[in-house]
Design a protein around this ligand. Structure first.
Ligand code: GRG
Length: 287
């Protein structure tokens, strides 16, 4: 019987192996080199690990879920490649290394992000076997699209451009840009189980995702190198962040509050206890 830390390492290892084999199997080219560089570069693998742990708790075969879990990580990585581009966040560093456009040039980074997105959908096309898999695919495409991560990112750049900083905008950005892709793996695991605890897992994921984004804002503001990107950039750039509206101390407290709200959605279900533990581990990022 493994404890949480052992389970995280166990599933992270499975994800890393799957991704490494996948990129080795692609036909070698300059484009696939940049795709490989952008995925196999030391990410925490939070989203796929969250999906696989949830699958285990819901008694879903984790080998069946593994390709879908890796597809989330590939979409996440594609969003980071595009996010770092000069037209968006303009960041030279990602996961502690030169960002994709710094290493390969801007035009290639645009195509690399696109190709990664396509690859994620190809994984689904090659592995969908039943209606539950189709539901799982729908969640990922919806939560990462215009009603999810992309929509959130669009509001983010619009607010920055217009210097518009309202609470409504902040809530929209936190929920869509970041929280939808943290809720996705939980909801995808639920779909594979035939829909068990779907609403509880959705609300747990959204609240945890908001806590995670605020923690990210705090780490950016206090200059923590664990972020692996340029420190203090969000605060300097006129971006709408939690710190801008609430200040550092209140934002630290809000990380705890959102984590507790997340836990409240699932704390009645003994079967999901390990996810409460997972949520507490994640808040430790900003202690
Ligand atoms: C190409 C699909 C696609 C989308 C482009 C640019 C964009 C739209 C979305 C950006 C979304 C974004 C950067 C959200 C921030 C979320 C966040 C806190 C990321 C950091 O996640 P971690 O800490 O990173 O899990 P690692 O490196 O560990 O994977």
């Amino acid at each position: 019987m493994k404890n949480l830390k052992e389970k995280i390492l166990f599933y992270k290892d499975k994800v890393d192996k799957y991704l490494s084999e996948l990129f080795t199997s692609l036909q070698k080219s300059d484009l696939t080199e940049s795709m490989k560089y952008s995925v196999l570069n030391g990410g925490k693998r939070l989203r796929p690990v969250l999906m696989l742990i949830t699958c285990e708790l819901l008694k879903v075969d984790t080998d069946r879920a593994l390709p879908f879990a890796c597809a989330i990580e590939i979409i996440h990585s594609s969003s980071l490649v595009h996010d770092d581009l000069p037209a968006l966040d303009n960041d030279d560093l990602r996961r502690g290394k030169p960002s994709c456009h710094k290493k390969f040039g801007e035009a290639q980074a645009i195509l690399c992000g696109d190709a990664l997105l396509n690859l994620a959908y190809e994984i689904f096309a090659n592995n969908i076997k039943c209606e539950q898999d189709v539901q799982c695919f729908k969640v990922l495409s919806e939560f990462s699209g215009q009603n999810g991560m992309l929509g959130g990112q669009f509001r983010d750049i619009t607010c920055e451009k217009m210097q518009k900083y309202s609470l409504d905008d902040l809530v929209f950005i936190q929920n869509n840009k970041t929280a939808k892709l943290i809720a996705a793996p939980l909801c995808m695991a639920s779909c594979l189980s035939g829909g068990q605890f779907y609403n509880q897992l959705l609300n747990f994921g959204l609240n945890l995702g908001v806590a995670f984004q605020i923690a990210d804002d705090v780490l950016d503001a206090v200059g923590d190198e664990r972020l692996g990107k340029t420190i203090g950039k969000d605060l300097d750039s006129g971006k709408l962040t939690d710190i801008k509206l609430y200040g550092l101390e209140k934002s630290r407290q809000r990380v705890k509050d959102f984590t507790q709200s997340a836990i409240n959605y699932i704390s009645q279900e003994r079967q999901l206890d390990l996810l409460c533990e997972f949520a507490k581990e994640l808040v430790d990022r900003v202690k």
